[in-house]
Design a protein around this ligand. Structure first.
Ligand code: ACO
Length: 363
């Protein structure tokens, strides 16, 4: 009889001090802090310090300038790799990260956080035929990401919105990409390998690849009145509605509200078309109603990706880069988990149950 757990649902595969996802209460705790106490209040650098505290010897308390210096170091590695910038955004960023050395020290860890930011900005500029913009190590991480992408300073409100996004996605229990990162870390392969594993898992549309398709959905729907027929037709085709459903949350994902607040706070500073937030709210209401009707046995709620798409669009990032943006924040979490795994965990090596033919039954 099989005791394999499909999708490892409900299996506790690690103990962590980093974050707790309470799927029934709709609560995310990051090292003792509720998400609402961090998002929109703390800077990403401070949340990275919080996550990494105790996992690296002699880690500086204030990571703002060291992370700025890491952006500068990583930017230098762009030289000699212009062809890679022409590849699809996630592939380009992954290939560029793979050129960094492997190791376990905090200098490298900061470069691995800086890397998705510097490389994604360079990809965006390459698409427009423009040269990469060198980092300014004196700026905050979010402000410099916007500056490196646009070649001009962003407003304080835009930097704050991006900071809120990076903080919101920095860590989230044992999600698929973090698990992948921990498995690789458990083999003692090094932090670069762990981050590459995390990014590769993140790329899929069921995980961090969902917000790009959310934009396609909103564009396809176009007007609030078209939401129900469009969504019904998508489900009739057997499609999943991107930005809805979650393995752990049975109530609304708390990250959705943190990001919705950040979108609303941008107000007139948003690069999105007028009425976009209202359209998203109409689509959300219609989708939740239809999912309730069609899947009465399963509580399918809004997840982080619906308002991720809205926020990143409002900050003028192209949908192609949305998964890379996610990696900019989640890299801190992957690295914290990799170090935690290395500090206390054994090699991750579960069992499979063989259900194939036996020699005497094979043709
Ligand atoms: N749209 C339509 N139906 C859905 C959706 C959805 N978004 N999500 C789940 N379902 C249905 C499934 O079809 C399935 O129905 P069935 O039992 O009749 O076959 C049932 O709900 C359960 O689905 P599972 O795939 O078993 O649930 P799981 O926990 O594995 O899925 C997941 C979680 C992958 C996030 C899923 O909800 C999904 O595909 N959502 C859309 C993609 C998305 O938004 N991903 C981002 C998630 S957040 C993140 O990773 C950062």
């Amino acid at each position: 009889m099989s005791n394999a757990v499909d999708g490892l649902e409900g299996v506790v595969a690690a103990e962590t001090v980093l974050s707790e996802v309470d799927g029934d209460a709709g609560r995310l705790l990051i090292r003792g802090h509720d998400l609402d106490a961090l998002a929109g209040r703390w800077r990403f650098e401070s949340v990275t310090s919080l996550l990494w505290d105790g996992f690296f010897p002699s880690l500086p308390t204030d990571l703002a300038r060291p992370l700025g210096d890491a952006r500068v170091a990583v930017f230098q590695s762009l030289a000699g790799a212009p062809d890679l910038l022409q590849r699809p955004a996630v592939e380009a960023v992954r290939a560029l990260i793979a050129r960094l050395p492997d190791g376990d020290d905090w200098d490298l860890a900061l470069q691995l956080v800086a890397a998705p930011a510097v490389f994604t900005a360079a990809v965006v500029r390459a698409r427009a035929g423009e040269a990469p913009v060198a980092p300014d190590p004196t700026l905050g991480h979010a402000a410099d990401i916007l500056r490196m992408t646009r070649g001009a300073a962003a407003s304080a409100a835009e930097s704050a919105a991006l900071d809120a996004y990076l903080v919101t996605v920095a860590d989230h229990g044992l999600n698929a990409s973090t698990f992948a990162a921990r498995v690789v870390a458990s083999t003692r392969a090094g932090l670069t390998s762990a981050v590459l594993a995390g990014l590769s898992a993140l790329k899929g549309p069921l995980h961090g690849g969902a917000p790009g398709p959310v934009i396609d959905m909103l564009d396809g729907i176009g007007t609030p009145e078209n939401a129900r027929p469009w969504l019904e037709a998508a489900l009739d085709r057997g499609d999943r509605l991107m930005g809805f459903g979650h393995r752990v949350y049975r109530v609304r994902d708390p990250r959705a509200d943190a990001l919705k607040r950040a979108v609303a706070a941008l107000g007139a500073g948003s690069a999105a078309a007028p009425g976009r937030l209202a359209l998203a709210e109409a689509v959300e209401a219609a989708a939740l109603a239809i999912l309730r009707e069609r899947k009465p046995g399963r509580s399918l709620q809004t997840n982080v990706e619906l308002y991720t798409a809205l926020l990143l669009e409002a900050l003028a990032f192209p949908p192609e880069t949305f998964t890379c943006m996610f990696a900019m924040g989640r890299a801190s979490g992957w690295i914290a988990h990799a170090r935690e795994q290395l500090a206390g965990g054994r090699l991750v090596r579960p069992q499979s149950r063989y259900v194939g033919p036996r020699p005497h039954l094979a043709a």
